[in-house]
Design a protein around this ligand. Structure first.
Ligand code: DX5
Ligand code: ZN
Length: 218
C-alpha cells in the first residue's frame, strides 16, 4: 500500500494572505499543496493562475500539485511548470484524444503528470494512459467549487483504479478530490486512495495540525 499523503486545497484558504496560508498548512503537516486552477469555461468558476503559484512557491517546500480545470490545457502546461509545479494533472474531459500527448509533454518539461476524471467518467477512459501517469486523480464532486458533498458512487471507482494501478506493477499515486471529511476518509483510504485532497475540511478547522493528522492517521 502506498503512503498516505494529505493535500489541502488552497481554494478554501484566505486569498488575501495566500503566502502565509501555504506556509501555515506546510508547518501543520500537509504533504502536498493542492492548487485548483479554474478558467470559467471548463468549470463554471474562476480561481487563480500561474502568477499566484509563482509568488507563493517560496512559502513552502512541499509538493505543488497543480490541478488544471481549464480548456486546452496543453497551451498552458509550460507556464504552470515554470511557475513551480511539481506535478500537473489534466482532465480526460478537457484533453480528449490529446490526453496521452499532453501527459508526455508535461513529463518532457521535467514535471510529474497525472490524468483526472470526473465522477461520471469511467476508469476505463484513462486505462490506455496509465503507463504515462505518476498519479491518477478521481473527482468525487463535479469540479468548480469547494465545499461540495462527496459523491458515494465514486467509491467503487477508487477500488477499480487501484486495481488498474496494481496491474502495472508501478508505484502510481491515486488521489481523491472533493468532499473529503473525517466521516468518509477511512472509506476512501480502504478503497485504495493514498493522496487525500481536503479543502473546506482543513481550512474550516481552527486546529489545522490536528485535522491534517486525523485525516492521515484515521
Ligand atoms: C473542486 C476542486 C477541489 C476542491 C476541494 O473543483 O478540484 O480540489 O476545492 O474542496 P473540498 O475539500 O472543500 O471539497
Ligand atoms: Zn482539485
Amino acid at each position: 500500500m502506498s503512503i498516505i499523503k494529505i493535500a489541502p486545497s488552497i481554494l478554501s484558504a484566505d486569498f488575501s494572505k495566500m503566502g502565509q496560508e501555504i506556509a501555515d498548512i506546510s508547518k501543520c503537516g500537509a504533504d502536498v499543496i493542492h492548487l485548483d486552477v479554474m478558467d470559467g469555461n471548463f468549470v463554471p468558476n474562476f480561481s487563480f493562475g500561474q502568477k499566484l503559484i509563482k509568488e507563493v512557491r517560496p512559502f513552502s517546500d512541499k509538493v505543488f500539485d497543480t490541478h488544471l480545470m481549464i480548456l486546452n490545457p496543453w497551451k498552458y502546461i509550460e507556464s504552470f511548470a515554470k511557475a513551480g509545479s511539481d506535478i500537473i494533472t489534466v482532465h480526460h474531459e478537457a484533453c480528449g484524444a490529446r490526453l496521452k500527448e499532453t501527459l508526455k509533454e508535461i513529463k518532457a518539461l521535467g514535471v510529474k503528470c497525472g490524468a483526472v476524471i470526473n465522477p461520471d467518467t469511467p476508469v476505463s477512459a484513462i486505462a490506455s494512459v496509465i503507463e504515462e501517469c505518476d498519479m491518477l486523480l478521481l473527482m468525487s464532486v463535479f469540479p468548480g467549487f469547494g465545499g461540495q458533498k462527496f459523491i458515494e458512487y465514486v467509491l467503487p471507482k477508487i477500488k477499480e483504479a487501484r486495481e488498474l494501478i496494481n496491474s502495472t506493477g508501478k508505484d502510481i499515486d491515486l488521489e481523491i478530490d472533493g468532499g473529503i471529511t473525517k466521516e468518509n476518509v477511512v472509506a476512501v483510504k480502504n478503497a485504495g486512495a493514498n493522496v487525500i485532497v481536503a479543502g473546506s475540511t482543513v481550512f474550516n478547522e481552527p486546529d489545522r495540525a490536528k485535522i491534517i493528522k486525523e485525516l492521515r492517521e484515521m
